[in-house]
Design a protein around this ligand. Sequence first.
Ligand code: GLU
Length: 428
Amino acid sequence: MTATGRSGSAPARTTMSGKSIVESQFERAANLIGLDQYMRRILMRPFREVQVEVPVRMDDGRIEVFTGYRIQHNGARGPCKGGIRYHPEADHDEVLGLAAIMTWKTALMDIPFGGAKGGVTVDPKKLSKLELERLTRRFTQRISIVLGPYRDIPAPDVNTNAQVMAWILDEFSSRHGYTPAAVTGKPVSLGGTLGREEATGRGVMYVMMEYARDFGIPLKGSRVVIQGFGNVGGHLARLLHAEAGAKVIAVSDVSGGVVNEKGLDVPALLAHTAAGKPVVEWPGGGGRAIANTEIWTIPCDWLVPAALGGVITRETNARTIDCKVVVEGANEPTTPIADLILEERGIPVIPDFLANAGGVTVSYYEWSQNLQQYRWTHEQVNRELHATITKAYVGVRDLAKQRGVTFRTAAYAIALQRVAEAERLRGN
Ligand code: GLU
């Protein structure tokens, strides 16, 4: 492994869509396992796409109309599963690409789900809480025909949270009767599971722990840079600091970031952002504020993109990133060309659908608890998550070594094989 290059340039979102990112990576793995052409077609295309217009009464009395999507990519291995995101750039192709990633993620974790994703093209920061609730309820009404605990189960994603899931549950239940298993990532007091909120960050840490052991980059005292300080980045920083003894040296959110070579005081920073203040305004502990572009230039052991997709690109930072390993906490943060550049440079990438699969894995435990009307302890959730994600990691690591391919290609190969087998057994 090498760590070279010290300068950086301004990152920008790639123009390559989520759909095309996924397509090109899919082909590499499909070739590796010699997947039949007809099966490639089945697995490449979505099972069902729903696009809806969502009229919402705004606080000033006007009606504004938003476009929403629910795309069910594949359900061969179980009910479709995946989050709903609210974002101004969420569009058909992005949601489709993310739905496909969910199919590979649930297959790689070997949990009994398929893959789906939802999205509404909206900037939720411009909505009041009541407008957000009305939007969520209307969107749920319009897609509820394809939802259900054995059909398709939504969860949180970018800019949605347990409160949004509670509204979805309420709306769905008002038509179908009390159905907690219809949505995951709910508040614990409404049938959510302990440990779900931190699950994605915790899963990222578990994968890092295994990788650290295998590849000789001990987590304790190692330097971690995290781009994004939301649900994934925030919990990851907290856990790495508290449970792994890692030095989180820089984090950022949309407003900018902070860096401190000696390691940030993560609990204090979390208290600052919990009060609704941006990371960049944190005065604490001898760190200095940085612009968002600078986060990619900081030399470190682990670089974790944990916000939006398409942030590591050929045009911006792929040639200059200076880390020992990239861990994809976000979905699709690396474009395929950037992925190849990192490979050439000898910088390994732990792919999104392995690294960030903790969220959907604990969603599976939530769904199971709801169906059984039985509650697990937080320790039980963490123990099962550790076992599931570690097993998936070991499978990927071993295949990557055996076939001389990247972790991403190996992960795809395992997932494709499982979904293809389920399709074949169903008669396709
Ligand atoms: N949105 C999360 C993801 O991308 C979680 C999905 C889920 O729990 O269904 O994996």
